[in-house]
Design a protein around this ligand. Structure first.
Ligand SMILES: [Zn+2]
Length: 286
């Protein structure tokens, strides 16, 4: 990705120095939920709410406020993220404007280990996520190491896709889509609600694709291999792949983010059309 010359966003909140120790132990149910839903990427907001509350009660009060010592490599990651964030601001401001709406830019919080959010305690093990309560994206840079090593998804555009997916959840919040889904939760069976939350995740992938298309048109960000990097990441973090890695078998009813093939399909759908109206993932014909 051509990022060095890009604008840096001023909406990155660096909270890496207010450390809450890693591996904070929560109550039994909290930990259980964490294990179930903490599978990298945009966990269902209402679940986060529960997990956060459960864990929060057991949080030790100690927090150090020593300045965070970033390595040069981390410093570059921060620069990179703030350029990607700026590109999402520019793209979504334009798309909203085209639709007669105003885009409200979210903050992106960098943390290390764990951090408090309006959705409760965020832990690195949950992966990057969006909290609709404070409209902020939370990322621990350590995730990027996992993405590259454990999830076999190297490349700067794989990292950009992660940010763009989370911003996709913010777009859903602004458009009222995630609130609709939350309301549907009361009326649907667990299996049906699961399908709807998969739709929400796939739509965030599709929005990430729309972003890639638009940002490239605006600023020529794409280099050869970039789209493949994003699609490789989308594929490697599909629920089926992750479940298979962690348990050796897959149970489709428990998917919350979509299969690898679905994630690739919807990212590509957004990327090739550049049109949010092409992101109707809730019909789930694919
Ligand atoms: Zn997500």
């Amino acid at each position: 990705m051509r990022w060095q010359s890009g604008r840096r966003s001023s909406n990155v909140e660096d909270r890496r120095s207010s450390r809450i120790p890693r591996g904070v132990k929560g109550g039994g149910i909290g930990i259980l939920l964490l294990a179930l839903v903490g599978m990298y990427f945009g966990i269902n907001p209402s679940m986060i709410m529960n997990v956060g509350n459960a864990v929060q009660k057991n949080l030790p009060a100690s927090q150090s406020s020593e300045p965070y010592q970033a390595t040069p490599e981390e410093q570059e990651q921060v620069e990179f993220i703030s350029v990607v964030l700026a590109d999402t601001e520019d793209v979504w401001s334009q798309v909203f404007k085209e639709n007669g709406k105003t885009y409200q830019v979210p903050n992106l919080v960098l943390f290390s280990g764990a951090v408090q959010s309006a959705c409760g305690l965020v832990q690195a093990a949950m992966g990057p996520f969006y909290c609709p309560g404070d409209r902020k994206v939370y990322i621990d840079l350590a995730f990027y190491k996992d993405l590259q090593n454990q999830m076999h998804s190297p490349g700067d555009f794989a990292r950009a896709y992660v940010v763009a997916h989370e911003i996709g959840h913010h777009v859903q919040k602004l458009l009222g889509i995630s609130d609709q889904v939350d309301r549907a939760r009361q009326q649907l069976s667990k299996t049906d609600f699961n399908k709807v939350s998969v739709g929400l995740e796939l739509q965030a992938d599709c929005f990430a694709g729309v972003w890639a298309n638009r940002a490239d048109r605006m600023r020529g960000i794409l280099e050869p291999g970039d789209i493949e990097e994003a699609m490789n990441a989308a594929s490697n973090i599909g629920d089926d792949r992750l479940q298979q890695q962690s348990r050796g078998y897959v149970t489709p009813d428990s998917f919350t983010h979509g299969t690898s093939a679905q994630r690739v399909h919807w990212f590509n759908q957004g990327y090739t059309t550049g049109d949010i109206n092409s992101c109707n993932t809730f019909e789930l014909r694919y």
